[in-house]
Design a protein around this ligand. Structure first.
Ligand code: ZN
Length: 449
């Protein structure tokens, strides 16, 4: 009884389900999504860097990530929850489970006259950015998503995915023959397709696509070829901030997820650190500006990453993330070099800085004839760092919730992912989640069945 009373008194004022306080209203919102980044990833990143992360300073709670079709969400349903406050099924983008398009934050913000943008490391037509402006039944409909994104007139689009904007004869993958790059230029948008153009003057509306598909992993990136997430945000954020009427910006650390799917720990931790560097950049802006709410949350965890593991029957007592910081390229890139003829053991030892055991060298030899070479390299790096992975897919674990700035008091405790989206909308006094006429202005035409 005494314990129960003590727990009641100690319970946080905003336990789950409690109504959020009506605090000050932000004029701008930056939503930051580290795709596939769970709590273990951030501990790994903190240990690897040897000091607290920027995210650590704004941790306010946790998010339950399940979708309507599974306790394990995908990025389409996860992003739809944040973008519209609606629980939908895996693979569905910007629609409820019955296939009705739902109003998104970005659509509501644009209707109000706010500037909008997204900056991602994946294809700009991938599920996370798509859910903020597009409405399709399957996330794989990326040709259609590209059309809807342009029709919506998002003011700032930066990332990869040029393939979906160009027809096949022009080197792209669009099946319908449309050249969306030419269409964007034709209506007066600035189109930027390489590093040199990115380093020049930029203006809105801006469509900046630096790769046919994803941008390179940070660990592999040649700064002369493509900008990283920090630079993209450093150039993009001031453009939006100059617009009258406030702005809504979505930033995605898309490839934290990809490296976790690959169980490639060195690429994974570098992506997470790059994302945290981007958070630092955004927080510096928000502190100067004073009118910007920053909300961060992954859509789900990926990989089932754990710090501590057994090798054979032996549980290792210790974790060694420092070893990952010496790795010089992704497991995928090492595998490509080995297939191109470089001796496997020598190359892996050189690029990882590790001394391989005979057993580990044997793992490479056995993997070489098949397509699992990158997996073997990731496993060797994981053993040396004492990291475990439970899956190549996503998991159901809660992810961290982060908030800073005016209106951040609304975000406390354990929230369902849809509640995060609804509270962002409330903080801007916007309505989201209502059914959206497929032909409403700015919707980009009828949703494809
Ligand atoms: Zn994923």
């Amino acid at each position: 009884m005494a314990l129960a009373l003590a727990l009641t008194i100690l319970a946080p004022p905003l336990a789950r389900g409690a109504a959020p306080p009506a605090g000050p209203r932000p004029e701008n919102v930056v939503i930051m999504i580290p795709d596939g980044c769970g709590p273990a990833t951030l501990v790994l990143a903190r240990l690897a860097r040897g000091r607290p992360l920027s995210l650590d300073s704004i941790l306010v709670g946790a998010v339950e990530t399940g979708s309507s079709s599974s306790r394990i969400t995908d990025s389409a349903a996860g992003a739809t929850a944040y973008a519209s406050g609606v629980k939908t099924a895996n693979r569905v983008v910007g629609m409820d489970p019955a296939g009705n398009p739902v109003e998104t934050l970005m659509e509501a913000a644009a209707s109000r006259g706010m500037a909008t943008g997204f900056i991602v490391k994946s294809r700009v037509t991938d599920a996370t950015p798509a859910a903020f402006v597009a409405h399709v039944r399957r996330r794989s409909q990326e040709d259609e998503i590209a059309v809807q994104e342009l029709a919506h007139r998002v003011n700032l689009i930066m990332g990869g995915g040029l393939d979906r904007f160009l027809p096949e004869p022009a080197g792209g993958r669009r099946a319908d023959g449309r050249d969306l790059v030419a269409e964007a230029r034709g209506r007066g948008d600035q189109v930027v397709l390489d590093r040199a153009e990115f380093d020049g003057d930029l203006r809105l509306p801006l469509l900046a696509l630096f790769a046919p598909a994803e941008l390179p992993y940070e660990i592999d990136r040649d700064p002369k070829q493509a900008p990283g997430l920090v630079e993209m945000v450093r150039r993009g954020l001031p453009l939006l901030a100059r617009e009258p009427g406030g702005f809504l910006l979505v930033i995605e650390g898309s490839r934290i997820d990809h490296a976790a799917h690959a169980n490639d720990p060195a690429s994974h931790v570098r992506e997470a650190l790059e994302f945290d560097d981007t958070v630092r950049e955004v927080l510096a802006f928000a502190r100067r500006d004073g009118r910007t709410l920053v909300v961060g949350a992954a859509d789900h965890e990926t990989g089932g990453l754990s710090l501590g593991r057994r090798v054979g029957d032996t549980p290792l007592e210790g974790v060694y993330p420092e070893s990952l910081m010496a790795v010089r390229c992704s497991a995928e890139r090492m595998a490509d070099s080995i297939r191109a003829g470089h001796p496997a053991r020598e190359l892996v030892e050189r690029e990882t800085g590790l001394h391989l055991t005979l057993e580990e060298a044997g793992m490479l030899d056995r993997a070489l004839p098949g397509r699992r070479l990158a997996e073997a390299i990731g496993e060797i790096e994981s053993r040396h760092a004492a990291l475990g992975w439970s899956t190549w897919g996503h998991t159901a674990i809660d992810v961290g919730l982060y908030a800073f700035g005016p209106g951040s008091d609304r975000f406390r405790g354990v929230l369902d992912n849809t509640e995060v989206g609804r509270r962002i909308a409330e903080s801007l006094d916007l309505q989201v989640g209502g059914s959206r006429s497929p032909r409403a202005p700015g919707s980009g035409g009828p949703a494809t069945p």
